[in-house]
Design a protein around this ligand. Structure first.
Ligand SMILES: [Zn+2]
Length: 503
């Protein structure tokens, strides 16, 4: 049975404290505190959103409790509130200041004599992520509260301006669209769904992931959070939104963009903070709520797949079990090879772009398998002087094989005639011998007039280079090797066939 008249209905967009403040003004109480006292309610119970307080107030005012409860952030202990089924940490709520839209208050005042009764403190304004009035597209104005108890002050005491003064405040405030992150949060509290990836996590996780990612895009990896004001957080949320709205593929694209930007500036390596900035810093924090949501795993997977890691070392909470990439530095350390030589070989193999070769060895990356294969080739490389005994070939043969590209130095030094310093891949040498042996199989009873390579060039007047090219192209049928013979010196060729071949 309602005891208080006249009736003042709760408005669907206001906070319970706003409604009680308006009630106290309607009933002529000098303060909200005295009004609560008259009803036997402790102010802290109202501020904590205690259910029995809401029910008690609704009972004495004849108000349906459902809309009031819907707008009540009720304390779950430990600085955590529940609002419409969403867990909201106190850090997401505004307590130290009053936020308002002057034009909304101007509309409240219109047609009502007493602003204390008419003005509503909007639920949306109490959320930190909300910084723009969606109705008037106006940046909310802040008024600091001197004390937490001032949360119980009436709105018209925090904002004494009326009429033209409110319009003037609006004129001076920034005009902008609400950030998509703000819109997402308000929509989610209204029960709307999407984007899926954000819906799959807590409201706090969704907001933090968006803002922390956007922080690096807005201000760079080196920014410190202490220097970021309210508009800076708003900007960060806007900058992060387009990536997170696309879910995990969007996040991976964002991480790629940050890594590319860092690489261009010579930053990166295993110092991930210099690439990802605050989002990486935040994900390292243990904190009270160490569950950062799914972004942590996405970043961890990204780093393992795309960056230099240290196997066995902790990466965002779990040890790294395998590596997909080496930096030149880590590959050189692991294999004991000289960094610059290794880098030259990786460039020669096209695994590192020549244009990047001057960048730091810690940020030059190569696929792990390719890197290890290159390192192995370099470790077991043979000198040009060793090629003759290995191939069982004359010096002109070896020289021509190199000119034909059948043997490639692991890297090319600047200047002529420096190939012998560079070494050759023993695997390439072995593959060449096997190929020649396959093309020239061991043959019993070789015709006695078949000749060696050198004899063939002289008697047939065929340059060695051309002869070798024809052999390796498989164009010569009259070719073989004496049983047990190996290498180029063991080849025997049908000179008559050579003479019949067109040039
Ligand atoms: Zn407004």
């Amino acid at each position: 049975m309602a005891q208080l008249f006249p009736h003042l209905p709760f408005h669907e967009d206001e906070t319970p404290v706003s409604w009680v403040a308006r009630l106290s003004a309607l009933h002529g109480c000098p303060s909200l505190r005295s009004f609560l006292s008259d009803q036997g309610i402790r102010p802290s119970d109202l501020l904590h959103g205690a259910r029995q307080v809401v029910e008690r107030l609704c009972e004495v005012t004849g108000q349906d409790p459902e809309p009031v409860w819907r707008n009540t952030a009720s304390s779950q202990g430990k600085e955590v509130y529940m609002l419409r089924g969403e867990i909201i940490p106190a850090s997401m709520l505004v307590r130290e200041e009053t936020r308002f839209c002057p034009l909304c208050l101007h509309e409240d005042d219109a047609g009502h004599g007493h602003p204390g009764i008419a003005r509503r403190d909007r639920l949306a304004w109490s959320l930190r992520v909300v910084t723009t009035c969606p109705r008037h597209k106006l940046a909310l104005i802040l008024r600091a509260r001197e004390h937490r108890e001032n949360m119980l002050h009436k709105l018209h005491l925090h904002v004494p301006e009326r009429g033209k003064e409110l319009v003037a405040l609006a004129r001076d405030a920034a005009h902008r669209d609400p950030s998509p992150l703000q819109t997402y949060v308000l929509n989610r509290l209204e029960g709307r769904i999407g984007p899926d990836w954000l819906d799959s996590q807590s409201l706090e996780q969704a907001v933090k992931a968006t803002q922390m990612l956007g922080m690096t895009f807005a201000f760079g990896a080196g920014i410190r959070l202490g220097s970021i004001d309210r508009d800076g957080w708003d900007l960060a949320g806007r900058m992060g939104w387009d990536w997170v709205a696309q879910g995990e593929p969007g996040l991976r694209s964002a991480f790629r963009a940050l890594q590319d930007a860092a690489f261009a500036q010579g930053r990166g390596g295993q110092n991930y903070f210099t690439v990802f900035g605050q989002i990486h810093h935040w994900l390292l924090e243990p904190g009270d709520r160490s569950d950062h949501g799914p972004v942590k795993q996405v970043l961890r997977d990204y780093i393992i797949q795309n960056m230099d890691v240290c196997v066995g070392r902790d990466l965002l909470g779990q040890p790294v079990e395998r590596r997909c990439k080496y930096s030149v530095q880590s590959l050189a350390l692991e294999t004991g090879l000289h960094r610059q030589t290794l880098c030259k070989v990786l460039v020669a193999r096209g695994l590192i772009a020549a244009a990047d070769a001057e960048k730091g060895n810690a940020i030059l990356l190569v696929d792990a398998d390719d890197g290890l294969a290159t390192a192995a080739a370099l470790t077991s490389s043979v000198s040009q002087a060793q090629l003759r005994p290995l191939l069982k070939a004359t010096l002109p043969t070896v020289t021509c094989l190199i000119d034909l590209g059948q043997l490639t130095p692991l890297h090319r030094s600047v200047g002529e005639n420096t190939r012998d310093k560079c070494g050759y891949d023993i695997e390439e040498v072995n593959r060449l011998i096997k190929r020649v042996h396959d093309l020239a199989p061991e043959t019993a009873n070789l015709p006695s007039d078949w000749v060696t390579l050198t004899q063939c060039t002289k008697r047939g007047r065929i340059p060695m280079r051309q002869l070798l090219a024809m052999i390796l192209q498989g164009r010569i049928r009259g070719i073989g090797r004496a049983p047990g013979g190996a290498g180029f010196k063991a080849l025997r060729i049908d000179l008559e066939e050579m003479r019949r071949l067109p040039d």
